[in-house]
Design a protein around this ligand. Sequence first.
Ligand code: X8Z
Ligand code: ZN
Length: 622
Amino acid sequence: MLRLSLATSAIALTIALASCAAPKEAVDVTTTTLTEAPPEADQVADATAFMARAEQELSDMSDEASLVFWAQATNITDETNAAAAEAGAKATKLAVSLANESKQFDIDTLPPELARKMQRLRSGITIPAPSTPGAADELSKITTDLDATYGTGKFNYKGKDLTLDELSTIIETSRDPEELKAVWEGWRTVSPPMKAPYARMVEIANEGAQELGYPSLDQMWLSNYDMAPEQMEQEVDRLWSQVEPLYEELHCYTRMKLNEKYGDDVQPATGPIRADLLGNMWAQDWAAIYDVVKTDTPGPSYNLTTRLGEKGYDAIRMVKTGEAFFTSLGFAPLPETFWERSMITRPEDREVVCHASAWDVDNMDDVRIKMCTEVNEEDFDTVHHELGHNFYQRAYKDQDFLYKDGAHDGFHEAIGDFIGLSITPEYLKQIGLIDESEMPPADADTALLLNVALKKVAFLPFALTVDGWRWDVLSGKTAPEDYNDAWWAKRLELQGIVPPGERPAGAFDPGAKYHIPGNTPYLRYFLSYVMQFQFHKAACEQAGWEGPLHRCSIYNNKEVGQRFNAMMEMGASKPWPDALESFTGTREMDGSAIVEYFDPLMTYLKEETKDQTCGWDAPAVE
Ligand code: X8Z
Ligand code: ZN
């Protein structure tokens, strides 16, 4: 599958095809019969032949381009950038020309199988170019340059050029507000040069989307969910309204603790939170400030980051441990080539795109990860996340090319994180990372849950911010001169956070987050963070678990593994509600599982914040 977004590569071309919604008038194939009028036999025969050729050509192109993209992402040089730009342009041209060719067939008269593939062919290009001569080349050059600018970005701090990993470590560990502000602002000096090319890219890609029959690219992205784009937006609103109260409570509690630590001058007790105090470069995961916000209740006596080090774990052992979780569920081990070809740690001798990704280079067996793994809890989670992509890719490898993909992109992101939710104290004991004597007692549950909430609940509005901002940019609602203000308006509205100081003219802060220059749609992570709890709850029920959800681990459970694999094997061959139903018994995405998971924590937080003025009074953003 030429799915060159994050699940496979950093270059912004996804011929990932994920839906059944028609470009202008979306059709929900879960409820609509596409074959009411018997199609002309000739049309079907022609469409079948066209599709066979299209899948073959895309598959060949994918094999070729993936290797070029891998070479660039694991060794950024002028040459590899040029080769990647060329391969990207070639792949875009092919994808666009096939999508345009497919217009000769009337989707509504084709048999459902063929209609589904035809639809995926049309809506699945992440950054489409119009067929105007030169457009695909210009677009590909821009996306490759954006990617390389981000990948090689550095900031000179105290006389040393620091990479994003090094700057991130300071944001995670420093408790000096001046240092935090300097480093936070420093990383954002990397992105202003991206602003003009980004605006040009939006212009070209929108022309591409329009040529394919969509009003703008945001609508094309939203057409990849087996329903009309407007309906999908409503779904997102519905899910957010389910989980928003969780976030508001966590925000209120965290702000209170930050105010206690830093005082009113640094973090006032009311209003938004200062973004650089939250332990993450983008304030998307707050687990690094656990020590600052921890509860007064008893907590676990161990720290997973420290423990991994004490037990002699290195990056490879972390990945082996992740693999062992999957094999404990009945999945076949990773192939030898995974170990030979993956990039598991940052190479010393060259520039690489460090942002973690998982690749399916030949759409068959050549799966790999690319990570700059460090021995800590965060990367232990990320290892499971990335392996989730690889095991999904292997599970659907026998599907037709256009179905070698997630049921929707949120499924792809949720597989590994769902496994990660089973990294419980009991599991850590089973694999020897902690002793029986260190098993946290029941009264440590609040503290354990807070640690997970700082990763998972804090993330939800961030994910909506990224694509909320981007949809407005792509639809033309936000003009280039307003990019940065619109970004901070969304950050304030949804996350209740503000920058540590005034932003300079020319700032392009969205560009300092990988997925903006990398052109990876971000709604997928919001969906994943909701659905991974749905998967977890369903799995724990299948396992007959009766305790609290956060203590449940499905490690070693072959029955759950078999049912999970059955969903994974489907790939994108059926509308996503079918896949969801096969594992969870429900056809709807639903936030009630994450709400249930954190229920004991929310009771605690509400009590702790009862004297606070929660919320941050942001003016609503239209
Ligand atoms: O980009 C990723 C993965 C690769 S798909 C490492 N994630 C998002 C991010 O880092 O912003 C996982 C969580 C959200
Ligand atoms: Zn991912």
